[in-house]
Design a protein around this ligand. Structure first.
Ligand SMILES: [Zn+2]
Length: 389
């Protein structure tokens, strides 16, 4: 059965058919290069390298001139399909069944890219290149991977080329249940740490000849668990510390171990900076430790500050477009995990709005084709109002 597909649906299907499992390009960027190039965009393909991570291809496409400069950010790489036998639909087939498009990346986030591409192409077709500003695509193949050779380097590259961005939408799936539920206007920060207590190994029957690190570790971890960091605020949930591991590695019953380790992860709001949080944690342990306890607190390098976007014009323009198309006034949220918005926030105000996230990273990832068309309509309305003059 052949049926005419809308531009957003056709682009999403074609992108899903590119097997761009991170870090593979899979033909997805080549497809976008062709699509956007034919519409008059200037397209650059940029590959970044670093030690101990795979080389990754990225794409930057731009049209128009001068300010305001709006940039849409996204990633074409996808997580692996897992066991393909668990799927009812070919993960890279782009199959449409009963009004639903199936495949890895349908919502995270080839669908979001397709909807924005459809919106931008329609906008350019109507307004031409002299629409009073610039529209760019910042597309990485390294969001689901280590994220070393992706958006952070592409932003620095664009800056070197002289590009200055005024506003950004990241097309990640932000809606919990229905299109129009939520716009993300910030993200919590994250920090992981390791508490190590040193003791002296010995025979469990002769504790006076040993120094058991476990009671000391329990006291420290209990103090961390009892810590109330804050009560949240109007934009953020309360900050939270979770103990994620206690590790002694002692298989014997008659041995007092030499060392014990506890690990924790914190998701924190904008009441904290990383430095202030680290200082509070050191202080908490110092208070809880018995005199003479030998312990250390170390933090993982991979950590991020929280941020909140305060550009009311950007947020209102997008919320109005969402409401006009979907009939829903979106919640402005800051929950969930991290995204590449954590890098973009240092360059320009950034918000996130995309498809419904329910099936992301799951088998039979899918989106109703109607959502792709609605999302394209939201982005188009946003572009119309952003470039209204
Ligand atoms: Zn994603």
């Amino acid at each position: 059965m052949t049926q005419a597909l809308s531009p957003a649906v056709a682009i999403a299907r074609d992108l899903i058919r590119c097997p761009s499992v991170t870090p593979a390009e899979g033909g997805a960027l080549a497809f976008l290069e062709r699509l956007l190039g034919e519409a008059g965009f200037t397209v650059s393909r940029v590959t970044f390298s670093d030690t101990d991570t795979p080389d990754v291809e990225n794409l930057f496409a731009t049209i128009g001139s001068g300010a305001p400069h709006f940039v849409f950010a996204g990633h074409t790489d996808v997580v692996p399909a897992g066991a393909e036998s668990d799927w009812q639909h070919d993960p890279f087939g782009g199959e449409i069944r009963d009004g639903v498009l199936y495949g890895r990346g349908a919502v995270d986030m080839k669908g979001g890219i397709a909807s924005f591409a459809a919106a931008a192409l329609a906008f350019i077709a109507e307004r031409g290149k002299a629409f009073g500003g610039t529209i760019s695509f910042l597309i990485t193949g390294d969001e689901e991977g280590p994220a070393v050779n992706g958006t952070s380097k592409l932003l620095a590259w664009a800056k070197e080329q002289g590009y200055v961005f005024d506003a950004c939408i990241v097309g990640e799936p932000t809606n919990p249940a229905a299109l129009g539920d939520a716009i993300k206007i910030g993200r919590r920060g994250y920090l992981s740490g390791i508490v190590t207590v040193e003791g002296t190994q010995g025979h469990a029957a002769y504790p006076q000849l040993a120094d058991n690190p476990i009671p000391g570790l329990l006291a420290l971890m209990s103090a961390l668990d009892a810590l109330v960091l804050d009560t949240g605020n109007e934009r953020f949930e309360p900050s939270n510390l979770e103990i994620v591991n206690l590790h002694v590695g002692n298989p014997a019953f008659n041995v007092i171990p030499a060392r014990a380790e506890g690990r924790f992860n914190i998701r924190f709001n904008d009441e904290w900076t990383l430095d202030a949080l680290k200082a509070r944690l050191h202080e908490t342990l110092a208070t809880a430790a018995r005199p003479g306890l030998r312990y250390s607190l170390d933090f993982r390098r991979d950590a991020g500050e929280s941020f909140l976007t305060r550009d009311d014009a950007l947020i209102t323009a997008l919320a109005n477009a969402v409401e006009a198309v979907t009939g829903r006034r979106p919640d402005l949220t800051t929950n969930g995990g991290t995204s590449d918005a954590r890098y973009i926030k240092s360059y320009c105000p950034v918000v996130e709005f995309g498809l419904v996230g329910q099936t992301m990273h799951k088998v039979d990832e899918c989106t109703p084709v109607a959502d792709l068309d609605q999302l394209a309509a939201v982005y188009r309305r946003f572009l119309d109002s952003y470039f209204a003059g």
